[in-house]
Design a protein around this ligand. Structure first.
Ligand SMILES: *Cc1c(COP(=O)(O)O)cnc(C)c1O
Length: 409
């Protein structure tokens, strides 16, 4: 089954009872069972069945099965948000005293999470760049995972997933990959050796900016050593499902970060058109990037689709000739950046990516406002930088809109 067909049919069948073509919204807190024996069986995990929506729910289950199939995982666990997914994916295998090794260009929210985890005795070391040696230099006997994003935001840097998975496995630790920005349409990290994939489904998977959500997918392939991961020992009997079993029976249930059936329903609708949208979004982004690169008002354009971009070759190979739908431009000063943003007709000025419409933001004064200058520079949030998440508009309208706005500086 190819990608777009998988989005519609992969691990998915019409509702058994009614034939409804979409899994209905089971907007209920709990699920009634005929006998005390039956409920006992479900609680003990000896019988299939639903208990309570904080733990499982048919609408959520359907979405999890579809995403697991698309990402080539053995299973998935949907969460209230992308941040809930990132938090739970790492905390499921961490203890006080452990360390994370992370890529540099990660999402601000994840950077903030890793900082918060210091209060629980978990330290994060950041590789100085995307060279494998820079990651390896940060690894020691306390390291429990490598965390990267497929395409950094707003830095738009591209780590080599395959090389990093080899490095992680050499040190008997898993590689966790945030695939939000590229989506499974551009890359399925498990194919390149990643062990766990996380998403904010609020972005491209939902597609219309209509609900927050996140998901964790496990490849089921990582061999957990119980010296390093003693918490997983108890779940050994679940075999390839041990990571997900520990999570669902443990922190996921305890944190209460479940997604609502309604939100997961909206994300399921979005998922079905992911391929169609990504194709158009990437084409639009490529056209806009080339047009902006030729505009003398723009100092630099950062987009991996441009031939002179340092990540062009890797992105081409890893993302199957696509380069995503986010680009950034630098326009010389914060004032210029503000003037351009204020002059645009179509692009919405807001803190999100992956919508159907074009979105712009000045990251340095918003998402990164509370970071130090050094942190901002390190994460690529320069004072004169505008981030553009390209939408589905007719490209001629977008090109004209940006040309006109840039004439104002
Ligand atoms: C938005 C985003 C998140 C967080 O997702 P939310 O759904 O907003 O909680 C995590 N990682 C990346 C790469 C993101 O873009």
């Amino acid at each position: 089954m190819r990608f777009n067909t998988k989005l519609l049919y992969g691990n998915f069948e019409p509702d058994e009872k009614t034939g409804a073509t979409l899994t209905p919204i089971y907007q209920t807190t709990s699920f009634q069972h005929k006998t005390a024996e039956e409920l006992e069986g479900i609680f003990r995990g000896n019988m299939p069945g639903y208990i309570y929506t904080r733990i499982n729910n048919p609408t959520i289950d359907s979405f999890e099965r579809r995403i697991a199939h698309i990402e080539d995982g053995v299973g998935a666990l949907a969460c209230a948000s992308g941040m809930a997914a990132v938090s739970l994916a790492v905390m499921n295998i961490l203890r006080s005293g452990d360390e994370i090794v992370s890529g540099r260009g990660i999402f601000g929210g994840t950077f903030s999470l890793f900082k918060s985890l210091e209060e629980f005795g978990v330290l994060t070391k950041y590789a100085s760049d995307n060279q494998i040696e820079s990651f390896e230099r940060c690894i020691n006997d306390k390291t429990r995972l490598i965390f990267i994003e497929t395409l950094g935001n707003p830095k738009l840097d591209v780590p080599d997933i395959q090389e990093l998975s080899i490095l992680a496995h050499k040190h008997c630790i898993p590689l966790i990959v945030d695939n939000t920005v590229t989506t499974p349409y551009l890359v399925r990290p498990i194919e390149f050796g990643a062990d766990i994939v996380v998403h904010s489904t609020s972005k491209y998977i939902n597609g219309s900016g209509s609900s927050i959500g996140g998901i964790i997918v496990d490849s089921g392939k990582f061999k957990w050593g119980f010296d390093k991961y003693p918490g997983l020992k108890e779940f050994k009997k679940f075999g390839i499902f041990s990571y997900l079993a520990k999570l669902r029976k443990g922190l996921f249930k305890d944190f209460g970060a479940c997604i609502s059936p309604f939100n997961v329903y909206l994300n399921s609708i979005g998922l079905e058109t992911l391929g169609l949208r990504m194709d158009r979004l990437c084409t639009n982004a490529d056209r806009l990037a080339h047009s902006l690169a030729a505009n003398s008002k723009v100092k630099t354009v950062n987009y991996p689709g441009l031939k002179d971009n340092p990540y062009h070759e890797l992105a081409k190979r890893q993302f199957n000739n696509k380069y995503g739908a986010i680009l950034t431009i630098r326009v010389g000063s914060k004032e210029n950046a503000f003037r351009v943003i204020n002059s645009l007709t179509y692009a919405a000025n807001l803190a999100n990516i992956g919508d159907v419409r074009t979105l712009v933001i000045h990251p340095a004064s918003t998402i990164y406002a509370t970071n130090t200058i050094e942190e901002k520079e390190r994460m690529g949030a320069y004072e004169d930088l505008i981030r553009i998440s390209v939408g589905l508009e007719d490209i001629e309208d977008l090109l004209a809109d940006f040309d006109l706005a840039l004439e104002q500086i």
